[in-house]
Design a protein around this ligand. Structure first.
Ligand code: ATP
Length: 133
């Protein structure tokens, strides 16, 4: 099976760099599956899981926004944050979820609501990736 190099990079670190068979990302218009030879493109990503297929293994990464860039030689995901399942602290994500839910049930300004909604999405994404859904 042919492969391509997938790199997942955040401002803090390189989270992943391996030859893979396929990656499925959550773009703004829905899921996008990328296999070797995909046409070059750059597209924004949602907060959501990123699935990597390599041989018989599937790895899921919790990705927080950013972009995917499909190049001729490799695929690069540049995200504000990204964690492999093993790097996710579920208690921290649960606490972040509760904080966000409390803010959303209070009477904050619009800006606070948007911020809390995004925080809630990040926390739920981390919890789901950790659960291995
Ligand atoms: P918190 O309120 O717990 O900080 P957050 O959603 O605001 O959560 P981010 O700003 O998205 O956190 O991330 C800040 C840094 O912390 C990033 O490096 C991210 O990978 C890491 N991080 C955030 N939450 C977790 C978690 N539950 N487990 C492991 N790393 C995490």
């Amino acid at each position: 099976m042919s492969t391509f190099l997938l790199e997942i990079v955040t401002p803090e670190r390189k989270v992943y760099a391996q030859d893979v068979n396929m990656v499925i990302v959550r773009g703004l218009q829905g899921e996008l599956g990328i296999m070797p030879g995909h046409i070059p493109l750059v597209t924004p990503l949602q907060i959501g899981p990123l699935r990597i297929k390599k041989g018989n293994e599937e790895t899921v990464v919790a990705v927080n926004g950013g972009f995917v860039e499909v190049r001729k030689d490799k695929v690069v995901v540049l995200a504000e944050s990204a964690e492999l399942s093993g790097d996710i602290d579920p208690e921290r994500a649960q606490a972040a979820r509760q904080r966000a839910e409390q803010r959303l049930t209070g009477k904050g300004s619009d800006v606070d609501r948007k911020r809390a909604e995004l925080s809630l999405q990040r926390a739920i994404n981390r919890l789901e990736v950790k659960k291995g859904f």
